[in-house]
Ligand binder design. Structure first.
Ligand code: SIN
Ligand code: FE2
Length: 213
């Protein structure tokens, strides 16, 4: 029988000061989280945005929350409306908000109240090159990142693009929180390996919660 419950308590693996992986933190909610992702994507479908440099991103994205992050030829921005659909982003499900708030508190960042949730969908070979999350107004607020579906290698580096990186496998249900002295560390995702996940099929999904405004 397919076992959809981890049967083990989450555990913390420190990455750096202010950065921690909470392993399997979202495992038992995985199916419910994926259902909510599908609902959001019905309203605002996943799309491959164009970078300011003119490249089509290999990761497909949508957002939920009061504001959403997107990219187009003019640059990266947070906005209350999707620049494609001219509609507000779908509301952030309560399940998402609660998970993000609880995980942030467990990692030492109480009082986190995200207004933005970027949803990334990775197909095989999709990747996210090293970057900093720095478009948010208050850099005292942490980032909470939830991994679902196929596993991927997360790179967690320093404060310069060329700094060496730690490489850790993020699996279904793992939550990474980084803030404080680690808030501006470079990070990225190596090209996804093909596979089949019992709940997510051929994809990896990532929820990135932020306080943008
Ligand atoms: C991100 O940096 O926006 C996402 C990282 C991930 O997919 O785990
Ligand atoms: Fe990021």
């Amino acid at each position: 029988m397919l076992d959809l419950f981890s049967g083990e308590a989450p555990w913390q693996e420190p990455l750096a000061e202010g950065a921690v992986i909470i392993r399997r933190r979202a495992f038992d909610q995985g199916e419910a989280l994926l259902d909510e992702i599908a609902r959001v994507a019905q309203i605002n479908p996943f799309a491959h945005r164009i970078t300011p440099g003119g490249y089509r991103m290999s990761v497909a994205m949508t957002n939920c929350g009061d504001v959403g992050w997107s990219s187009d030829i003019r640059g990266y921005q947070y906005s209350e409306k999707d620049s494609h659909s001219h509609q507000p982003w779908p509301a952030m499900p309560g399940l998402f908000r609660q998970l993000a708030q609880e995980a942030a508190a467990e990692a030492g960042f109480p009082g986190f109240n995200p207004d933005a949730c970027l949803i990334n969908r990775y197909a095989p070979e999709a990747k996210l090159t090293l970057h900093q999350d720095k478009d948010e107004r208050d850099l005292q607020q942490p980032i909470v990142s939830v991994s679902l579906g196929l596993p991927a290698v997360f790179q967690f580096g320093g404060f310069e693009r060329g700094d060496s990186t730690q490489k850790v496998l993020l699996e279904h249900g793992d939550v990474v929180v980084w803030g404080g002295p680690s808030r501006l560390r470079y990070h990225g995702i190596l090209p996804l390996k093909a596979g089949v996940h019992p709940l997510a099929g051929a994809f990896r999904y990532n929820l990135t919660f932020r306080r943008a405004f």
